[in-house]
Design a protein around this ligand. Sequence first.
Ligand code: ATP
Ligand code: MG
Ligand code: MG
Length: 347
Amino acid sequence: GGTIGIVGGGQLGRMLALAAAPLGYRVHVFDPHERPCAADVSAGFTRAAFDDVSALERFAAACDVVTYEFENLPVGPLATIAGKLRPGTASLSIAQDRDAEKSFVRDSGGQPAEWRTIDSQDDVEQAWTDLGGPLILKTRRDGYDGKGQAWLRTEEDVRGAWTRLGGRPLIAEKVVAFEAEFSVVLARGLDGAVAFFDSPRNHHEDGILRRSELPAGPVVEAQQAAARLQAARIAERLGHVGVLTVEFFAAEGGPFVNEIAPRVHNSGHWTIEGAATSQFEQHIRAICGLPLGSTALRSPKVTMDNLIGNDVDRWPELVAEPGAALHLYGKGEARPGRKMGHVTRLG
Ligand code: ATP
Ligand code: MG
Ligand code: MG
């Protein structure tokens, strides 16, 4: 037993809290919003800004260990509670800056798509000349669910691109002609032990994960072992403790790393019903210094579909479907693009 603090109160925090309970842990949530969905299933809730150092210090003092479920957090304030924080601030600072992330991946022996750092319109034009199109511009920080991205397909798109994305620090990366997308979701324990979940094939629509499925198919299976090696080296070099997710493109000459999430991940939600240990329980085990659980499949076939925006209106039909495991996050208003829940089917 003991108390686990979670910084961030979204659905990932909620599912972490639900997984902590059977192991006898109490959860406290730290979030600036009025009623974050993780707080509804937790024993304690601190409402404060993520950069409120004194609130963070008081929060950490009341917890045995503190983790985070969201990577766009200010690193400086969290560094003040570094003694209790798992994973640490290295994982956070690398994952929240796409430029630092890609350099780190490359220096760890991983393979990112070719990219350039962009700080001006001149840089955009230089990248177009150097790398050739098509390119994707991405804001270096704060992007998620495909937000803050623009595709450059033609010379026309290149003009004015810098201002179109708000004149913020960017990267430009080569579009990878991938055959499939997949992810490696691994956990690294306090003792350095690493356990991998099976890699699902991930389907995105408009930059948002729509579905994860297993088996992932031969294209993904052929690149899974190489991807695991890259992901494990990244975890090791970060000194990461907890679940770490690396998104990949399966392509000729691949696998290519897309990005890192230093946390449990939407593409791992299928593990709640589909694996012997869920990614959420696995994260709790890792940060609490417990042995990692089995990642064995409970079914050879698993699909996880996200309920995005108004999809959630289908819940009465889904809750009545035999064998469908419905998860609703209790997030209130179903705005377009907002992840409201998911449904997992085995077999
Ligand atoms: P997340 O919610 O996963 O954090 P994000 O906003 O950080 O999303 P990315 O993962 O960078 O966005 O990109 C979203 C999707 O856009 C990818 O899953 C992929 O489908 C597509 N995409 C991104 N980069 C590339 C690329 N270099 N080549 C081809 N497709 C890409
Ligand atoms: Mg991302
Ligand atoms: Mg992504």
